[in-house]
Write a protein that binds this ligand. Structure first.
Ligand code: IVH
Length: 672
């Protein structure tokens, strides 16, 4: 929504707002790409609820107020929740919280009630069902009654226990929690998406929800999702209170909030002071929260309190308003990424927001600027909801200068002046010139960064100068630098020269996986780089690698295999790697921790079906650690086929060839 929403007075305005919200729901749930902030969304939802209460005859049956959450997604099986997944009523003020507390007192006929106060994690809800202690299903909330079965994806989240430990575990138990993404991970993911010409995620929740719905579990693993659990399915908790439930979840092996982020309160005052304390902490948390959740601590009271419509009466969310500031856009500049993607950036008049001074905000891409109609000279609202990345949420059109012009992406690269290109099906607009100084600078900075070669003292500013002076125009030039060249850089004296040359020298013997990361191959993050480094004998092998061979590496999917093979077919890339070797870079293969003498040593495994005890990646890792190999297809050379539930044709082939079949349990027994 590009304008601030106005209060509804007429039926027509109500209908228009419903239609607008249906569109927003589509962007939010189907595309995981909202166009308005959560706060604006909640405000409009609140307005719709008020209008529908006041004019029940206007209420449309398809109004977004009538649905709990997203519907099913294509590509996943839908399953019924054991117990419907409700959502929480939201409050935005102390007064609304006080109404909640008083209603609880009244309904329970008590003057004092214990409340458990928790963080409201900003992620996406997940329901995990365990049978006899093993994870059997993971469902998204879906419409509250039925959710998408995302079990295989959830098994890729490292903190999700596949097997429970501890006491009082029911035979069947449903655990609820929030799948989320750390802000640092989101920042990296968005930077990568922008490089790839994809729309960045607006917040960790969309990133988490979008990631859970990826069709390839290997891709999910790369997203590094997290879990925090906060409940056991209604009526199933062996504990008497919510706080005890959290302790029990921890004992069973679930990640729960840290104890300083949970508090018992006995009245509104206690709840409010927890809310204030958490609000203060918010900017320093490594993850995003959008408020707190207040729950009646006694679980028996939950039954007595019941629910209104789709929200329970035992709990409520108190949501923090995002911090917002108004400032002027004095320019819109364009940055060139390492693969040539052009990103518009709002250059802002300095403004304080949520503890930091903001001067720039990414506008992501030309579509976004157009959608929000952001122009040079505009007064804009910027928001930073705990998130580190400030975003421009809207324009104050009443303040727009009369002579302002819509912003347009330049037709030529701002750095090298090559005409830009817009590939079909991509949001991104790119500079196609691989030799563009802007791109070179970014590629070199990426190579030296801590994600890749980790060359200390070679930050963006240094790289900028090295490129400007023509000392480093391709990554291999880094290894031709000497004291004479470095002495020409601003502020470079004897000590800084020695430091930088020292770290360049050190990087010559880097782990192979870091060098692979440094090449900046599309879709290749740390994990894939490590898989590749583990698989190949040396760089020469990597240069000759074919797509078919890559596909056999457990953990590398089709899309990634294709881009890797494509990368190493490009003569420019081959030349660059040859130059690195010629200039004395000697990447090291990580020494494998082989347990020679172990039953798996030098044995070849094929994995098929899903295992209860491990994800396939975990099983592959366990095999490799013991000196075994994992390959993608069954042949006479295969020693073992590890079979889980719903195995594929590999199982049949193994039976035909008479290869030893291992169940998950047999495999587990053989591990030690
Ligand atoms: S309790 C009846 N506790 O917020 C639902 N929810 O709008 C009980 N959430 O669907 C949920 N942190 O996805 C609960 N500490 C917490 C939470 C939390 C985040 C999410 C969850 C839920 C939504 C409610």
């Amino acid at each position: 929504m590009s304008k601030q929403f106005e209060k509804v007075h007429t039926q027509q305005q109500y209908i228009a707002l419903v239609e607008e919200m249906i569109e927003h729901d589509k962007h939010y749930y189907d595309e995981c790409m909202p166009q308005i902030s959560d706060f604006e969304y909640d405000q409009i939802m609140h307005e719709l609820l008020c209008v529908e209460k006041e004019h029940p005859d206007w209420a449309l049956p398809h109004s977004p107020t009538q649905r709990v959450a997203e519907g099913p997604t294509k590509g996943f099986v839908q399953r019924d929740h054991l117990v419907p997944m409700q959502s929480l009523a939201n409050t935005y003020s102390e007064k609304e919280l006080s109404d909640f507390v008083n209603r609880v007192y009244k309904l329970l006929e008590k003057k004092s009630v214990e409340f458990c106060c928790e963080l409201k994690m900003d992620g996406t809800a997940i329901s995990l069902t365990y049978k006899n202690g093993y994870l059997v299903h993971a469902l998204t909330r879906g419409n509250g009654q039925m959710g998408d079965d995302v079990t295989n994806n959830v098994k890729k989240i490292k903190s999700v226990p596949l097997m429970l430990k501890g006491s009082h575990i029911p035979d069947v138990v449903e655990v609820r929690g929030e799948v989320h993404m750390l802000l640092a991970t989101l920042r990296n993911l968005n930077a990568q998406r922008e490089e790839e010409g994809l729309e960045p995620f607006a917040n960790p929740r969309n990133a988490a929800a979008g990631s859970l719905k990826l069709l390839d579990p290997h891709e999910v693993a790369k997203r590094k999702l997290n879990l925090v659990c906060y409940a056991i399915g209604e009526g199933q908790s062996p504990a008497a209170t919510q706080l005890e439930t959290l302790h029990l979840l921890k004992e069973w092996g679930f990640p729960v909030s840290r104890s300083e982020h949970v508090a018992l309160a006995h009245d509104l005052k206690g709840i409010w002071s927890f809310a204030e304390k958490i609000h203060q902490l918010r900017d320093d948390l490594p993850f995003e929260i959008d408020g707190i959740v207040v729950k009646v601590n006694d679980l028996k009271a939950h039954d007595i309190l019941g629910a209104t419509g789709k929200t329970p009466r035992f709990a409520v969310a108190y949501k923090f308003a995002p911090e917002e500031a108004m400032t002027r856009v004095h320019d819109i500049t364009v940055q060139v990424g390492r693969s040539g993607v052009l990103t518009p950036v709002a250059e802002l008049e300095k403004v304080h927001l949520a503890g930091s001074m903001i001067t720039r905000a990414t506008l992501h891409n030309a579509d976004e600027v157009k959608r929000k109609d952001i122009r040079v000279g505009d007064m804009v609202a910027i928001e930073k909801g705990g998130d580190v990345i400030p975003k421009v949420t809207r324009v104050d059109f009443s303040m727009r200068p009369h002579d302002s012009q819509p912003w347009k992406m330049p037709s030529h690269c701002p750095i090298c002046k090559t005409p830009v290109v817009h590939r079909e099906g991509e949001v991104a607009i790119r500079c196609p010139n691989m030799k563009c100084v802007g791109q070179c600078q970014r590629r070199i900075a990426w190579f030296a960064s801590k994600h890749a070669m980790d060359i200390e003292h070679m930050g963006e500013r240094v790289v900028e100068q090295l490129v400007e002076k023509g000392f480093v125009l391709r990554i291999s030039d880094i290894y031709l630098l000497d004291a004479e060249k470095l002495s020409q850089l601003d502020g470079f004296k004897e000590k800084s020269i020695r430091n930088l040359l020292g770290s360049i020298e050190k990087s010559r013997k880097c782990p192979l996986s870091r060098l692979i990361m440094g090449l900046g191959i599309k879709y290749v993050g740390t994990e894939t780089a490590e898989l590749l480094a583990d698989h190949v004998h040396d760089l020469d092998h990597l240069l000759r690698i074919r797509e078919e061979e890559l596909l056999k590496i457990e953990g590398i999917g089709e899309k990634t295999a294709h881009t890797i093979a494509e990368y190493f077919r490009d003569p420019d890339h081959i030349e660059e790697i040859r130059l690195l070797l010629r200039h004395g870079v000697e990447p090291q293969k990580a020494a494998k921790k082989k347990i020679s003498g172990h039953a798996f040593f030098d044995k070849t495994f094929v994995l098929t079906g899903s295992l209860d005890q491990f994800t396939r990646d975990e099983a592959a890792q366990l095999i490799k650690e013991r000196g075994g190999h994992v390959v993608g297809s069954v042949s006479k050379q295969t020693d073992y086929v590890l079979v889980g539930s719903d195995p594929g044709s590999k199982f049949e082939k193994a039976q035909k060839l008479g290869i030893t079949i291992l169940s998950g349990q047999q495999f587990q027994k053989m591990l030690d």
